[in-house]
Each structure stands twice: as structure tokens, then as C-alpha cells.
Design a protein around this ligand. Structure first.
Ligand code: ZN
Length: 190
């Protein structure tokens, strides 16, 4: 294990990461942390809010990467920056489309050929940029991934509720009523 001859991307940096928590005897835990987290599943990594935060950090890291590829340096929340960029790119694309539409009226004027070409090039560039930004956002699958986390949190809550009902010795119709009340509450929170 001394020489690092593994794959250059994952091997070197990911392989050495260890859970940052300490065991009850005071020694470092040493387990592998869960993906996108600094702690293992025994030290809080499996909690729904930890998983949700990990997914969000991962999505944000990927958004930052996409922004870097597009030559934009994000200030603050990279997801917000990405969506703002998409809005700007689409607005610019629409503006250049309007410009190209206006060209109809001058198409037959002598000597307007060069200008017409320049504006169409501008429009095509704006289209390309809009497509690349939007497809980059689509590849991140932001909405779906954040929703999946929320569903996992809801499952975890229902599991916790069931355990609480069992521990309190509540079963049958009363347990069912409690479950339904919890489901109603979760929906209203959502
Ligand atoms: Zn640990």
C-alpha cells in the first residue's frame, strides 16, 4: 500500500480518506467515510440530513465544475449561479433571435450582406451557448437528485415513527391513526 500506483483520479485522494470521528476509547475511527462526507455510517453519516447534505455538496461541486468548463467563476451558491447563467444565456439567445428576425426588413437593401452574416453568426453562437448551458444543467439532474433525498428522509421518518409506536406499545387501529396523522403532517410540510 506504500506506493500509489492505483488509478490517478480516485485512488490517491479518495483511498486515504478516513472517518474524522473518534471511537469511545479516544482513538481515530479509521473507517471509510460515506461518499461526500467526512464521517462513516456509524458516526452520523447514515442520518438522512447527513446524506441530504452530502448529495447537495456533490451537486454543488459538479455545478462548480460545469461553471468552470463554461468559463464562469461562481460567486456564492454555484447552483444559483448556474441557473442565473441559464437565464442570461436564454435572454441573450432571444435578443439575438429578435435581431435576426429584424433582418428581414433590410434583406433586400444593397450592401447589407456582411451585416446579415455577422448577426446570424451572433445568433448561432448564442444558440450554441444556450444549448451547452442547458444540457450541462440537465446532465446534473439537480431536481431529481434533491427530490430523491427528500423521499429517503420521508422513509426514514416513517421508519422512526413505526419504531416509536412499537416502543410505546401502540398497535392496531391507534397505530394506524398515528401513521395517517404523520403522513398528513408530512404532506402539509412538503
Ligand atoms: Zn467512523
Amino acid at each position: 500500500m506504500a506506493a500509489s500506483i492505483g488509478p490517478p483520479e480516485d485512488g490517491a485522494s479518495m483511498g486515504r480518506r478516513r472517518c474524522t470521528a473518534r471511537r469511545t476509547d479516544g482513538n481515530p475511527c479509521g473507517n471509510r467515510p460515506l461518499k461526500g462526507q467526512s464521517v462513516c455510517k456509524f458516526h452520523g453519516g447514515a442520518a438522512p440530513q447527513s446524506r441530504a447534505a452530502a448529495v447537495r455538496r456533490q451537486v454543488e461541486a459538479e455545478a462548480r465544475q460545469v461553471l468552470a468548463e463554461l468559463g464562469v467563476s461562481p460567486v456564492g451558491d454555484p447552483l444559483e449561479a448556474l441557473l442565473k447563467l441559464a437565464g442570461q444565456v436564454i435572454a441573450w439567445q432571444e435578443a439575438t433571435a429578435a435581431l435576426v428576425n429584424q433582418l428581414d426588413s433590410i434583406r433586400y437593401q444593397a450592401g447589407s450582406g456582411e451585416q446579415l452574416r455577422a448577426e446570424i453568426v451572433l445568433y448561432e453562437r448564442a444558440m450554441d451557448r444556450a444549448v451547452s448551458v442547458l444540457s450541462a444543467i440537465a446532465r446534473l439532474n439537480i431536481d431529481e437528485r434533491l427530490v430523491q433525498v427528500t423521499e429517503r428522509q420521508a422513509d426514514a421518518l416513517i421508519g422512526a415513527l413505526n419504531a416509536a409506536l412499537v416502543a410505546a406499545g401502540v398497535d392496531g387501529e391507534r397505530a394506524e391513526l398515528a401513521r395517517r396523522a404523520a403522513a398528513r403532517h408530512l404532506r402539509s410540510v412538503d
